[in-house]
Design a protein around this ligand. Sequence first.
Ligand code: TEU
Length: 600
Amino acid sequence: MASSSVFKSTSSHPHIKRSWWKESTVYQIYPASFKDSNGDGWGDIPGIISKLDYIKSLGVDIVWLSPILKSPQQDMGYDISNYEDVDPLYGNMADHDALIKGLHDRGMKYVLDLVVNHSSDQHPWFKQSRSSKDNPFRDWYIWRPAKYDEDGNRVPPNNWESAFSGSVWEWDEHTQEYYMHIFATGQPDLNWENPKVVDAVHKIIRFWLDRGVDGFRMDVINFISKEPGLPDGKITKPGFLQSGVEHFACGPRLHEFLQGIGKILREYDAFSVGEMPGVHDTREILKGVGQDRGELAMAFNFDIVDIDHAPGSKWLPREFTLPKLKTIVHKWQTFMLENGGWNAIYMENHDQSRTISRYCSDDPKYRTKCAKLLASHLALQSGTLFVYQGQEWAQKNMPKDWDLSHYRDIEVINHWKTILRDHPDDKALQQQAKDQYWLIGRDNARTPIQWNDSDRYAGWTTKDPARPPWMDIHPDYATWNAEAAVKDPNSAFHYWRKLLALRKSEKDTLVYGRFEMLDIEHDDVCAYVRNSDDGRRALVIGNWKEKEVSWAVPKAYADMLKREHILPDFKNYSEETQISTDGGKTTITLKPFETIVAIG
Ligand code: TEU
């Protein structure tokens, strides 16, 4: 880490090409939890259509839906059994066409979640593949014979650990081989070494682009190329199973495959964002998102969302510190701007918990203040901005006192079974796991959207629904809901709305401008500066702690704290911010979770 207190990006960065998708804000919807229009207890496409004006009023440009295609829902639709049809849970193709039209009529674009590292085990391809070793579809998936230990016991082909259930290898009695599934047993990995699989995926991409889809979010797209030979993962923990991610994240043919996809996307000027877990090397990600690479437009990296758990184990806590976060933000902001790449900037999604609970405070006293602090922190960085459903009105994590009966996620449910099996008497470990499920578990992002206080289901479903919501409604819905936020001019909703407008009006500075992280070692304050090529600057300062903090403002930026530069819309306290200058030194004293933005 550099020793100076001011991290300057290098003097100039390559001319960053301008694109509509760089200046856009994406709103992510988790369809199962967004709005239930028919009272079956499950969100659906007509429910989303009923809220398009609400979404438009926030000022977003693109809507990304988590999967709505045919699926047995073992992993909430990330296990697809028909890539060219909508699951009846969500509606039908006519509903989907109506959604696309509804978005286009409102000047918004639509992004589909493309899950092609794996399919569902209920997909006809896999049913064929597992039927016999000489079936034409056998090689569409990754099958391997068993190995045997010195005692003649059958063992899996390697030691890779699945994200959801033990080994990545599932034994198939019928054909006496294992098949690979990096995720659930119902999510067999497709074999991208087979050109027929590549052709089939290209056909799916064209099918949806021709149907009016404007682009794709690509699920774990950096997993599609595995290292030949599928070697054992390095030993980093006791026992047989090891991560192995070094052998399946960003494998040797990834960029060849991405260039094949990129060629099709370019024909349609389509949007693309790749999800790239398990890789923290900026240069590797740049190969996928460099503006002249012809692969993807941008990628989600996992440095920030992996910050508060141990490497390789989501359920072993690791201390979150602000300097760690600032180092990561600095790394990705400066690197991509200086190297012609592009960031997807996000902090929440359907796999991550609610940021006000995770990093700041969701106490009613600070809930909106923290939501605004985090909104300014994220929205004023360079990159394409992603806002997740509920984040715009300060949704928080599930109640801490909710027991595991409220959790639905296969990841938590399977992990808890493992804990009880392997550590039946270790109450401390069991409590640590439950604490981590609450802090960072995916269920926190999946509680039904609280629309209003009209009934016990927060207006999420119909009156007297045939079935209750598939997940419990957060009990604070009467006070905290989308409609109350829209009515309240001081809500996080309107703060986000104004931030998105500011990004557009100040795009030279906020979207394309250079980035400088200030005072990266400071434990409590995160402050950064944006600089446009013509010298217009933005200064974003936030106190991330529940205490008053005084911070020495670097001389080069003290003048930006003059009253005329501070934007009143982006303060989260009504009182004037305390700024003092003594002997040429400027100090700002920030109340708990106070943030300010200055531009000039
Ligand atoms: O997630 C893949 C992924 O690596 C991380 O999000 C994380 O490993 C996962 O949430 C388990 O901790 C994508 C989807 O976003 C996720 O919802 C799916 O479960 C997963 O792929 C499999 O398709």
